[in-house]
Design a protein. Structure first.
Length: 402
């Protein structure tokens, strides 16, 4: 079963212009994780949502299904369906069950019938990954969320992965230009497979990776990520376009705060012990930055890790984020310095591609080693590059000191 990359025709380019998509990490940016990481802040959505679940129905997906709704993947999909219809639901929420390959196909079946017949529906000979992703992004905005389940094996027509990656980058860049609010979540699962592995049609009975790609506005994607599904993904990656955040300032001396500016001469000095053997005290000056981060797709756990932030001061002063707390969507950053000086302080949550993407990649022949997927890093890097080329952060804020 050969996976081919769609060579975009003039017609496809027109479709791109009619389309509408973002991507980040629920784990530490430079490492993957296996624990459930609760999504950040407010996942409440007051308006109804349409959730479209798609199974990519090429022949390579056949081995993930049992025909009797008992396989690992069937169980996970059923769990997502049950949670979407029982947790934090809004009246008139809708779930559709579909197949996707050359086109979208609404099965119009119950969840039980959908899963029990999925094996017999996975018969397509070719999978044009970029075509599928383009269709998945077309209406993923407003009150619509699309969830596409596939093995995401990625090959190019000419064997040049870099060219294939560049085309995926172009596809997502065009989509982001049309829909800057679109977020993307990529969830990696390891599930049972019993069938023929493609390419090659090799008999295989073991666990293989499968991925859920979730497309939509951040708040609605977060709602899916926050569902209490029993089987949590092995790895995940979240992306969204960078934003400049509004904030409020606070300090022990109210005279030090003038609107959204800090007047350094009015900051109160705190005393703290120096390190080492010296018993001398050092002066420390601190202030708080308070902001609503409910628009961020990132998890509460990641948002509170100080290591995830980079700071750039226009003066000679060095600043440190001592801690970050959260209260009902409102995050407070406790920032200190030993030498406050006029200037500006830029703070950014760093955008990184997690190591699990590289670790999951396979470029050889035959069935990949455990946990690996053919060409997956080039596919995911193409998506990541579309976001990273626009900004190297998930969000930023700038503090002016006078």
């Amino acid at each position: 079963m050969k996976r081919t990359l769609l060579i975009i025709s003039l017609t496809s380019l027109v479709l791109l212009l009619l389309g509408a998509l973002s991507f980040g990490s629920c784990t530490r940016p430079d490492k993957g994780g296996t624990k459930k990481d609760s999504t950040s802040i407010n996942t409440k959505v007051d308006e109804s949502t349409t959730y479209n679940i798609f199974i990519e129905n090429s022949g390579s997906m056949k081995g993930y299904f049992s025909g009797n709704s008992t396989s690992d993947l069937e169980t996970i999909i059923n769990d997502y369906y049950d949670r979407l219809t029982s947790e934090n639901t809004v009246e008139s929420d809708t779930i559709t069950l579909n197949y996707i390959n050359k086109k979208k196909d609404d099965s119009k079946m119950s969840i039980q019938r959908y899963l029990s017949t999925a094996q017999s529906r996975c018969t397509e000979k070719y999978t044009k990954i970029d075509d599928i992703l383009a269709m998945a992004m077309d209406n993923a905005k407003g009150n619509t969320v699309n969830i596409v389940v596939s093995d995401y094996c990625f090959e190019s027509d000419n064997g040049n992965y870099q060219t294939a990656q560049s085309r995926i980058n172009k596809l997502f860049t065009n989509k982001l230009n049309l829909n800057n609010d679109l977020s993307v979540a990529i969830l990696k699962y390891e599930v049972g497979f019993n069938g023929k592995y493609f390419p090659g049609g090799i008999p295989c009975n073991r666990k293989l990776p499968v991925y859920f790609w979730i497309f939509g506005d951040a708040n609605r994607v977060k709602k899916v990520l926050a569902l209490n599904v029993k089987t949590q993904p092995e790895q995940n990656l979240l992306l969204q376009s960078s934003k400049s955040m509004d904030f409020k300032l606070d300090a022990s001396s109210k005279r030090a705060i003038k609107g959204n500016e800090i007047h350094v001469k009015n900051l109160n000095a705190d005393r703290k012990k120096s390190g080492g053997c010296s018993s001398s005290n050092l002066s420390s000056y601190s202030f708080k930055v308070i902001m609503d981060l409910s628009s961020s797709i990132l998890s509460d756990q990641e948002l509170k890790k100080t290591i995830n932030y980079k700071m750039n001061s226009s003066s000679s002063s060095a600043y440190t984020i001592e801690s970050i707390t959260n209260q009902d969507s409102e995050y407070t950053f406790y920032i200190s310095t030993e030498k406050p000086a006029p200037g500006s302080l830029d703070v950014a949550f760093k955008l990184f591609l997690p190591q699990w993407v590289e670790d999951s990649n396979y470029e050889g022949n035959g069935v990949p080693p455990a946990g690996k997927t053919t060409g997956i890093k080039y596919l995911i890097e193409g998506v990541y590059d579309a976001y990273h080329n626009k900004a190297d952060s998930y969000f930023t804020f700038t503090i002016n000191l006078k």
